[in-house]
Each structure stands twice: as structure tokens, then as C-alpha cells.
Design a protein around this ligand. Structure first.
Ligand code: PAF
Length: 281
């Protein structure tokens, strides 16, 4: 496995492979890899001839006061894990290489980005779309792999690909959880013991909501109430949002039917955590 730091070098390496008709699978990440990322890489390995992983903590998707500076970074550890999961190439640009001097062009969207994390983190999805569009142009993959934990990100990127005619298939992979249910996230490393214990209420509240729906509940506000009650039982949890939305449009629903996304975002101390469950009703 090789680590490549410039766009030019990456393009030079991939061009001949593409000409030979090799299938390129791409896993964009911000590093500090966990099982969730590794499951994407293993799937890419199964589907493709060449697996490219990018590691880039993207400054344009962090808002003021967010954790850009403190976001965990460890290339040596990540390289080892990525290699074991089947990566052939790691693209590891620095900010200057990625954005260049005087970069003033962005990719943005309306509607899908106005709710959930888009409402709480203004500008976040503009940064995500811009960097992913750039990465798609640089890597030119056949398939790109994303985790369902960032369900809104996947919906936004699928729409971007459709609207801007990117020639790439977006593959969405299930959330990977710790044994006790906590959704894997690089940000879990910020939590101390008590905070991590409190964080379990997030997945538990979502599983309870799912059971409630499976038992026949169709009133979205009652499901939401149950989640809020469970989360509020921990004084460490500050709720950002609890929403039941249509999984395609991300619009709020009153009646639980069709493809439903139940999404939660909370803060525990300074750490923002998100989680969700999707279900067909
Ligand atoms: O999901 C992430 O880690 C990031 O948002 C992504 C897609 C790598 C873009 O920076």
C-alpha cells in the first residue's frame, strides 16, 4: 500500500489502471479510522480492483468553535488499519494541496441541507459537498462508499451526484456499532467513562423507538416523545434534535409510514454525537 500526498501523483497512478478498465473503489474519510470505515474498505475491496482511501480533515465542513483543530489524527495507525482492510492507496493531501491558494468555488444545495445537521451546522454540507466533489474529480472512482451513520450526508451526496452528473455509484453501508450499541465514531474518543456511559442512551432510545413502531405505533410525535424522555433521563445529554423524517426527502413526518429515518443529535460535554435508525413501515 502506498501513501500519496499530491493530486498529480494520485492521477498519474490511477490513469493507466483506469485505461486498463480496472474498477476503482473509493472510501473518503477524515481518518482516525474505526470499524465503520474499515467495513467500507472491505466492501470496496470485494467490489473493486483498486481501493483508494482518502484521509483529509476537511476544514471547510467545520463551523466556528467546532473541533477542526482537535479532531484526532494518526496517519501511522490509520495506514496500518487501511492496509489490513485491503486499501491499495491512501490519498493524504494537506490543506494547501487540497484547496490551493485563493480557492473560491463551492458546491451547495438547498432543501435537503436545511434540516437535521444542516440546520444545526450552517455551511457544513457545503464543505462536505465541495470536498467530495473535488475528491471525485481527482480519484474518478467507479464506486464510492459511505456509512449510514451520516444518513443526511449520504442523501445529500446521492443528490449531488444525480444533479451534477458525476459518473460514480454511491454505496451506502450499515452503521457499525460497539457491542453495547454505541454507533462507532472517531469522536467517541473524546468521551470520558461517564460520558460514554451516558451516550448509550442514544442508541437505546432509537432501538426503543424502533420497537414501539414495530409494535404498531404510527404517531411520529409519540415516538419522538419517547426518545426525548429517554435521552432527558441523563443530565449529561443536551439534545440538539430528535426527528422522524421521510428517509428520501428528509422532511418531517406526522404519520410513521414508508421509508422512515429516525435521527438524533446530542451534545455530551463538548462532543457532538449523531445516530439514526432507518425502517420500512
Ligand atoms: O464522513 C466524513 O468523514 C466526511 O464528511 C467526508 C465524507 C470524508 C468528507 O470530508
Amino acid at each position: 500500500m502506498e501513501i500519496v500526498r499530491t493530486k498529480r501523483e494520485l492521477r498519474e497512478k490511477l490513469r493507466p489502471e483506469r485505461r486498463k478498465g480496472k474498477v476503482i473503489g473509493f472510501v473518503p474519510t477524515m481518518g482516525y479510522l474505526h470499524e465503520g470505515h474499515l467495513s467500507l474498505m472491505r466492501k470496496a475491496r470485494e467490489d473493486s480492483d483498486i481501493v483508494v482511501v482518502s484521509i483529509f480533515v476537511n476544514p471547510t465542513q467545520f463551523g466556528e468553535g467546532e473541533d477542526y483543530e482537535t479532531y484526532p489524527r494518526d496517519l501511522e495507525r490509520d495506514a496500518k488499519l487501511a492496509q489490513e482492510a485491503g486499501a491499495d492507496l491512501i490519498f493524504f493531501p494537506d490543506v494547501k494541496e487540497m484547496y490551493g491558494e485563493g480557492s473560491i468555488t463551492y458546491v451547495d444545495m438547498t432543501g435537503l441541507t436545511d434540516t437535521l445537521c444542516g440546520a444545526s451546522r450552517p455551511g457544513h454540507f457545503r464543505g462536505v459537498m465541495t470536498v467530495v466533489a473535488k475528491l471525485f474529480n481527482i480519484v474518478d472512482p467507479n464506486k464510492a462508499y459511505f456509512g449510514q451513520k451520516d444518513a443526511q450526508q449520504v442523501a445529500v451526496l446521492k443528490k449531488m451526484v444525480e444533479d451534477l452528473d458525476f459518473n460514480v455509484d454511491i454505496v451506502e453501508m450499515p452503521i457499525v456499532r460497539e457491542k453495547d450499541g454505541l454507533a462507532m465514531s472517531s469522536r467517541n474518543t473524546y468521551l470520558n467513562g461517564a460520558q460514554r456511559e451516558a451516550a448509550l442512551a442514544i442508541s437505546r432510545s432509537l432501538f426503543e423507538a424502533r420497537s414501539l413502531i414495530e409494535a404498531g405505533e404510527r404517531d411520529a410525535s409519540r415516538v419522538k416523545e419517547r426518545i426525548v424522555r429517554k435521552l432527558s433521563s441523563s443530565p449529561m445529554i443536551l439534545i440538539d434534535y430528535v426527528e422522524l423524517v421521510d428517509a428520501g426527502t428528509l422532511k418531517s413526518i406526522q404519520e410513521v409510514k414508508g421509508s422512515v429515518l429516525i435521527a438524533v443529535a446530542v451534545k455530551i460535554g463538548d462532543t457532538r454525537l449523531i445516530d439514526n435508525v432507518k425502517l420500512e413501515v
